[in-house]
Design a protein around this ligand. Structure first.
Ligand code: ZN
Length: 275
């Protein structure tokens, strides 16, 4: 355990050193440097919960702010996962395609992924166990984490949602008829974030993780999983950049409601809901 802590400390120091050496660059690169170390978010989760499923920002623009992340599409047309600079759309019918630059998003979170540490796990972990492992490796609960896990999963349960028609219904209503996909013995990548509890309303407090199989045949928003073995990568940052929509429907919406219950419901598989 001690050795492990030392190793983590070493990785942190290395990372810190790398970050410091970056800051010696010229002014133009300084700007890029800021961009490289911030989480960039489009809109707020509460707006999505309220059914504001139209955004102006294109994926072409979003890609300038990160090569890693999660989100959705206009008209809530599926789940998005990005890693290694590749962006994927997982639709409600389970089909998967790469995202084109002219597609738009009402809600997305991206970052240039630059993990501070990696950790190999060779024992079976439940979904909760994986989150606890991330918690254990994190520096504290009050900063932002991006999480990537490359692994083998004995079970993986995900969901996606079908493209919505106007007038849009609130998110927790839509997710009552979400499509759920379950598979076994699959290799793939988890990507997502852990946000501090104080960001309630802006994003999902705690872990919000998406999955894509290595063969690109299945994925979505993770509801449950069991990992056999894999490697976990964690990147922490204190920098958060939020870009709010300029649309009137956003400006006029009531976004101060306590949506904690609705968000929890929207994050749950259908068989675990009370209603
Ligand atoms: Zn999601």
């Amino acid at each position: 355990m001690n050795n492990e802590n030392n190793f983590i400390h070493f990785l942190h120091s290395l990372h810190l050193h790398r970050r410091q050496s970056h800051s010696k660059h010229t002014h133009v690169q300084e700007h890029d440097h800021h961009r490289a170390y911030e989480i960039f978010q489009v809109s707020t989760l509460n707006a999505l919960v309220e059914g504001l499923y139209e955004g102006e920002i294109t994926y072409g623009e979003l890609k300038e702010h990160g090569d890693f992340g999660i989100g959705t599409f206009n008209a809530l047309d599926g789940e998005m996962i990005a890693f290694d600079g590749q962006f994927y759309q997982i639709r409600g019918d389970g089909s998967i395609s790469t995202v084109s630059d002219d597609q738009k998003t009402p809600f997305a979170v991206v970052q240039y992924f630059n993990p501070a540490l990696s950790f190999h796990l060779d024992e079976s972990k439940t979904f909760d166990g994986l989150k606890q492992e991330c918690d254990r490796l994190s520096e504290g609960k009050n900063c932002f984490y991006s999480v990537r896990i490359d692994g083998f999963f004995s079970s993986m349960k995900t969901r996606s949602v079908e493209r919505q028609e106007k007038p849009y219904r609130p998110l927790n209503e839509v997710t009552r008829s979400q499509k759920e996909f379950e598979c076994h013995d699959i290799e793939g990548t988890i990507a997502g974030f852990c946000f501090p509890d104080f960001t309630q309303g802006l994003n999902v407090p705690g872990y919000h993780l998406h999955f894509l199989s290595r063969d690109r045949t299945t994925g979505g928003h993770i509801l449950d999983c069991t990992m056999t073995c894999g490697t976990l990568f964690l990147d922490h940052t204190s920098n958060f950049h939020m870009e709010l929509p300029k649309r009137k429907e956003f400006l006029d919406a009531d976004l101060a409601k306590d949506t904690g219950k609705a968000v929890k419901e929207a994050e749950t598989s259908r068989d675990k809901r009370s209603s």
